[in-house]
Design a protein around this ligand. Sequence first.
Ligand code: ZN
Length: 252
Amino acid sequence: MTTTHIDTVAHPGGAAHLVSTYATNWILLQDDAGITLIDAGYPGNARDVTDSVRAIGGQMSDIRAGLLTHAHVDHIGGMAVLAGEHGFEVLTGADEVAHARREHLQQATPPDIAAMIARRPSALGWLSRVLRLGVLSRRGIDDVRAFTDDELARLPGAPVAVRSPGHTDGHVAYLVAGGRVLVTGDSLITAHPTVSTVGPQLISRTFDHDPARTRLSVETFTGLDADVIFPGHGPIHHGPVRDAARAALDRR
Ligand SMILES: [Zn+2]
């Protein structure tokens, strides 16, 4: 059982919820038409996702679709379990589909992780927790498909895709809550159990497929008007997204 914390941003006609946990986050968009689930944690978080849906007054049958920011195990793992159990469709950006089907894998390898822990022994506690959550799973989702922007507009919460390649080739952020909130996935995070820095930041290079391209994507966030961040890791961030993106880029 994982400790979860839920932050809610209400907007006309619905609400966007960030569910944050020690190791990873997911998002629930809720309105009269049902729920859109964005990311779903590690395989071992599947029951936590179900509990979070109940905590906002919903049920799993309310889920109209699962969306992925990207196909790393800490975002797709729970989605593969839950889509299999509940039969909802899973959508992602066109350039992330092959990754989500596990036709290839753009993820830190066990030697990458070992090297990181050699540099940062405190990350050993993180490793023991994510091993229990299923970090070694290679399970993808065979019938995942690419969304269209029109399709997203009709989903609960009407998310708007903000393509942000780098962390993976097909990484996508989403504007939600009527454009007030940016769901940043792992392009921009606010904390991570393997580092001591708190606040808007780029994720460790160990986990980033193409750090230079991630920076270019985060540059594009400086043109957005959103004023809340729902990150892939770390707590909610309040304040202009453009400032947070600039601060993250200036950190390194
Ligand atoms: Zn992640």
